[in-house]
Design a protein around this ligand. Structure first.
Ligand code: FAD
Length: 276
């Protein structure tokens, strides 16, 4: 199919992108285009205007600032995957990135696009939740920061309002005794996960965060399982996760199968985050 007609504008800077968005509530931002272009072609999305941010170089940074790792919204999945800084400061991202789609898609797809799209089976939103990260947003009204815990509202629904653009995500950098775990089950490598789990065990202050993906309308924290795992009780954590999650069945797996896979993943990830 072909997309419905739309206007197109190439933003020269962040301010220019914000100005373009401000005058057009039906506008859509074009980042990597890996999800938006198919949606346009299938007419699932019919924006009046595409604001192309690919030339806005100020959104591409991967940097350490004030004890946080900052990834610009336009940082490509492949750049994050190969970054030595990311591997050192946010090892969970380095574990998760190779599971996102295929290299051709990772070469174009962006951090901001993945977070804004908020696919409930996507890896990055769950990692950001597990890491206690935050999302920086800009608009004509100024800048605001939203914690990952408050950002993902529903199925493909986020705290973003019309006229707003994600500029960066920020993650507290890993400390020497922090541990991270990641596992997912997909039909083929590169497919969206049937069920996945991203985990962060922080030493100071002591906390474990478990963020599942593919089991709900958003990435989901398994809070009772987190408490049990913080005590080092893996069996109790596995029992608790059945109460934490309320997956719906889909064409790939029943709700019961997803619950089972969630417990399998918890045992695998627990072995990564709990020191033997
Ligand atoms: C075959 C295939 C397999 C895939 N498999 C996976 C997978 O396994 N795991 C996974 O996580 N993803 C997967 N993806 C999606 C891929 O990771 C995309 O890159 C990602 O979903 C969107 O990023 P993008 O930069 O391409 O965004 P785009 O497609 O350009 O935009 C997506 C949405 O986000 C909005 N947007 C983009 N940037 C911003 C911003 N800075 N601020 C506000 N809104 C913004 C757009 O307006 C649009 O609504 C797959 C895609 C394909 C085509």
């Amino acid at each position: 199919m072909k997309p419905a007609p739309f206007a197109y504008a190439k933003a020269r800077s962040l301010d220019h992108a914000i100005a373009l968005l401000d005058g057009a509530p039906e506008a859509r931002i074009l980042a990597g285009g890996q999800s938006l272009m198919p949606a346009l072609n299938m007419r699932l999305s019919t924006p009046s205007l595409l604001v192309d941010i690919n030339r806005v170089s100020e959104l591409s940074q991967i940097a350490q600032r004030n004890g946080q790792l900052e990834l610009g919204a336009l940082a490509r999945h492949a750049e994050v995957e190969l970054s030595l800084l990311v591997a050192r400061l946010a090892p969970l991202l380095a574990m998760a990135l190779p599971h996102i789609a295929h290299p051709a898609i990772r070469n174009r797809g962006t951090v901001g696009g993945s977070i804004a799209l908020a696919d409930p089976a996507a890896e990055l939103p769950a990692c950001l939740l597990a890491l206690g990260g935050e999302i920086e947003i800009a608009s004509r009204a100024g800048r605001r920061t939203v914690a990952a815990d408050a950002f993902f509202k529903g199925l493909f629904e986020t705290a973003l309002s019309p006229g707003e653009i994600i500029t960066a995500i920020r993650i507290p950098v890993a400390q020497p005794h922090d541990r991270f775990g990641f596992a997912e089950l997909a039909r083929r490598h590169g497919d969206y996960a049937l069920v996945g789990l991203a985990a962060a065990s922080r030493a100071e202050p002591r906390a474990i965060r478990l963020a599942y993906f593919g089991v709900g309308t958003t990435p989901v924290r398994a809070r009772a399982a987190e408490t049990a795992l913080a005590r080092g009780d893996i069996n109790a954590a596995v029992a608790a996760v059945a109460r934490d999650l309320e997956p719906s069945g889909d064409v790939h797996a029943s709700a019961a199968a997803k619950r089972h896979l969630a417990s399998v993943l918890l045992r695998r990830v627990a072995a990564q985050v709990i020191p033997l």
